[in-house]
Design a protein around this ligand. Structure first.
Ligand SMILES: Cc1cc2nc3c(=O)[nH]c(=O)nc-3n(C[C@H](O)[C@H](O)[C@H](O)COP(=O)(O)OP(=O)(O)OC[C@H]3O[C@@H](n4cnc5c(N)ncnc54)[C@H](O)[C@@H]3O)c2cc1C
Length: 442
């Protein structure tokens, strides 16, 4: 089941050429297309399913700097500033509100981590404040649990995933971007070692630059061209509730459950740290690179062997430009939510906030979170394929930082001055022997 994402109409005509073809109509692709069009580039977005059909409508809607990896903090800061203007700029509702976000815990280890992170973040100018147990009680009115402490980031906020990317896509179209949905990219066209376009299921589009922003499928697409892209997926279950009293206007993360106020008066609820790792061929082949992530996360993981093994983004599949590709077989990656997790989330929520007794899960869904080994994205050119760019591997952060990720991708494609230091996001770190270290804040 998908969340009720807003629909966007495709453009009727199939263009023969553009300056840039963007593969993927999620936040990464649409934000980049919008920025490119604002600066005068002609752009075509090809999306195998529908705009924001995958992760970009299935996320919790947190737009945060809090607990971001220091390497991506400048991007997160820029993104929050960008979010603040988007409603007015697009003339549409993205749901963004700068409400602040709160994390509460009973674990001393969490508090130590946030304290350490806060010292770094304050050097970047991020407003982040540790909360005592008493401050938690006073800020989280009606919350029945006794917290050891917490952290509050007043300049962070939340937006509506079902609205935001469709709104950006429509704005991009108004600037001339051509959007083709149900149109999978099968492979790249390369001439004399340079990118010359894309072969889609509906025909070829010539372009001197292609941006791969295929979310969880990016690795599969790049592998088809002999490019190694380290990426692993974990299934997460989320749901939204019926309308309920306002216990927060922002988001609260509480060890086992997260809640975020929605514009429609309900909450989007997530199960923090709990996910399902599906056993897949590429998952096994990349086990060494993801071992450290696995060790950190394994307590919250369950394991499954199913359809994903044969036809998901981590399957071993081969195809040709003139045959149906895996991207056409799965138009929308729509994993089943785990019913027991929905029940558990709802129970925890009501136990924590008795005033919410009687709320129901209005809709639940599964989403595949794609991660890199160091848990920061790749936003980069690819040195061995002039004209090829990547914006993927957002590691569970790509909705909030997406607007800035789009700016950086556009900078790199156009050769403009990068809005932040692009080095941490370079693709070559995955193939040149760089020690990717431990994953940053997950
Ligand atoms: C449950 C959950 C909770 C999350 N919570 C948050 C949060 O609170 N805050 C936050 O910042 N982030 C969050 N995230 C992460 C965030 O949603 C993602 O990082 C972000 O949406 C990634 O955007 P994307 O454009 O890279 O990928 P996607 O949104 O997945 O888009 C990729 C698109 O590419 C298309 N595609 C793939 N291959 C092809 C092809 N060959 N041809 C054409 N199209 C193709 C796909 O159909 C898809 O629509 C969460 C994710 C999940 C699943």
């Amino acid at each position: 089941m998908s969340p009720p994402v807003g629909r966007v109409a495709s453009n009727p005509d199939f263009p023969k050429s553009a300056d840039v073809v963007v593969l993927g109509g999620g936040m990464a692709g649409v934000a980049a297309a919008y920025e490119l069009a604002r600066r005068g580039s002609s752009v075509v977005i090809v999306e195998k399913g529908t705009i924001a059909g995958e992760q970009s409508s299935r996320n919790w809607g947190w737009c945060r700097q809090q607990n971001r990896d220091p390497r991506e903090l400048p991007l997160a800061q820029l993104a929050v500033r960008r979010w603040e203007n988007l409603n007015a700029e697009l003339g549409e509702e993205t749901g963004f509100r700068r409400t602040g976000l709160i994390y509460a815990t009973t674990r001393k280890a969490d508090l130590d981590t946030w304290e350490r992170w806060g010292r770094i973040a304050r050097d970047f100018g991020v407003d982040t404040r540790m909360l005592t147990s008493a401050e938690c009680s006073s800020m989280l009115k009606g919350n029945s649990r006794q917290w050891g402490g917490g952290v509050y980031s007043p300049t962070d906020g939340r937006a509506e995933p079902e609205l935001a990317v469709p709104a950006l896509a429509r704005a991009a179209q108004r600037l001339g971007v051509v959007l083709l949905q149900n149109c999978a990219a099968r492979e790249l066209d390369v001439e004399a070692g340079r990118i010359s376009g894309v072969v889609t299921e509906k025909g070829r589009i010539r372009a001197s630059a292609v941006l791969v922003a295929g979310g969880a499928w990016s690795g599969m697409f790049l592998r088809h061209h002999g490019l190694r892209f380290l990426q692993a997926c974990v299934k997460s279950t989320s749901f939204y509730t019926t309308a309920a009293p306002a216990v927060t206007e922002g988001g609260i993360a509480m060890q086992d459950v997260t809640m975020r106020r929605r514009l429609d008066g309900g909450y989007t609820v997530g199960l923090s740290g709990l996910g399902q790792l599906q056993i897949t061929p590429y998952g096994l082949l990349q086990a060494r690179e993801f071992w450290r992530t696995f060790q950190i996360r394994r307590k919250g993981l369950t394991f499954a062997l199913g359809r994903q093994f044969f036809e998901g983004p981590e399957a071993l599949t081969r195809w040709k430009a003139d045959s149906i590709s895996p991207f056409e077989r799965i138009r929308t990656l729509d994993p089943e939510p785990d019913a027991h997790l929905v029940k558990r989330g709802l129970d925890r929520l009501v136990a924590t906030y008795p005033v919410l007794a009687g709320i129901r899960a209005a809709q639940s869904w599964g989403g595949m979170v794609d991660s890199t080994p160091d848990a920061i994205p790749v936003i980069s050119s690819v040195a061995s394929r002039p004209g090829l760019f990547i914006s993927a591997g957002y590691s569970g952060h790509g909705f909030g930082i997406g607007p800035a990720g789009g700016m950086l991708a556009a900078d790199l494609i156009r050769g403009d001055k990068p809005c932040v230091d692009p080095k941490p996001f370079r693709y070559e770190r995955m193939i040149d022997g760089t020690d990717l270290g431990k994953p940053g804040m997950l």
